[in-house]
Ligand binder design. Structure first.
Ligand code: FMN
Length: 218
């Protein structure tokens, strides 16, 4: 039996971000998975944060935060940052991860992440036991190997980390290219797409066979 609140786990899977913040001389970091795009113009993103998090009031008062997107190298750090609270320990200093200065805000950015988003706080909406922090995106940076217009997913170490729940994480395996083919009436042209795919697969198999034979002859 799956409990109603476990429905949230079915929605999990977007990349994990490490949210960094700085308020008065204190810095902190926590992983977040409840993130959402809210507006393109102006660029707004949302983070739903439980009111019990130490980071919660830091973001409320600092009125800014950064999202750092880790890859698989930072898997254990990510889990650690989500298991202990900045109310008890200075996680960022104890983790000994190098940080660097953000361009527009005072929260530090974590080195070796794949992409970074700097935000100022536009709104804070209380929803149940969480607050939806609405961030106005000020600056975005990403490693070329990780992101072109979308996540590239080519090299293993440049794939973002996803969170499934509990202590389980994942990385996406492959970027797929969709093709949009419609009939004049606007229906999806499924039959042709399937036939074409089969033809392409046959051609690819023949080509692979030819290359194998050429290799053997040489
Ligand atoms: C991968 C992962 C994602 C998480 N996502 C969220 C989230 O979106 N919102 C939230 O309130 N807590 C989330 N948490 C829990 C907090 O990160 C965790 O309670 C953290 O220790 C809070 O740190 P703080 O007290 O220093 O702010 C997540 C935990 C993990 C491990």
């Amino acid at each position: 039996m799956i409990e109603p609140h476990d429905a949230l786990r079915l929605l999990n899977g977007g990349p994990v971000a490490l949210l960094t913040t700085r308020f008065r001389n204190e810095t902190n970091v926590m992983p977040v998975i409840w993130t959402v795009s809210l507006s393109r113009r102006p660029p707004l993103i949302g983070v739903a944060m439980n009111q019990s998090r130490h980071t919660h009031d830091m973001v409320r008062f600092a009125e800014e935060f950064a999202l750092n997107f880790p890859g698989r190298d930072l898997l254990n750090h990510t889990h650690y940052f989500g298991a202990v609270s900045g109310a008890d320990v200075g996680k960022l200093e104890l983790a000994k991860l190098p940080t660097f200065k953000a361009s527009k805000i005072s929260a530090p950015l974590i080195e070796h992440c794949l992409a970074y988003v700097e935000c100022s706080l536009q709104e804070a909406l209380r929803l149940g036991d969480h607050t939806l922090f609405v961030g106005r995106v000020l600056v975005v940076q990403a490693e070329e190997e990780a992101f072109d217009e979308t996540w590239r997913l080519e090299e293993r170490e440049y794939r973002p980390l996803h969170y499934l729940g509990v202590d389980r994480y994942a990385v996406l395996g492959e970027r797929l290219q969709a093709e949009l083919r419609t009939t004049e009436e606007g229906a999806i042209e499924l039959a042709e797409a399937v036939e074409e795919r089969e033809r392409r697969e046959e051609e690819e198999a023949r080509e692979a066979e030819r290359r194998k034979r050429e290799g053997e002859e040489a």
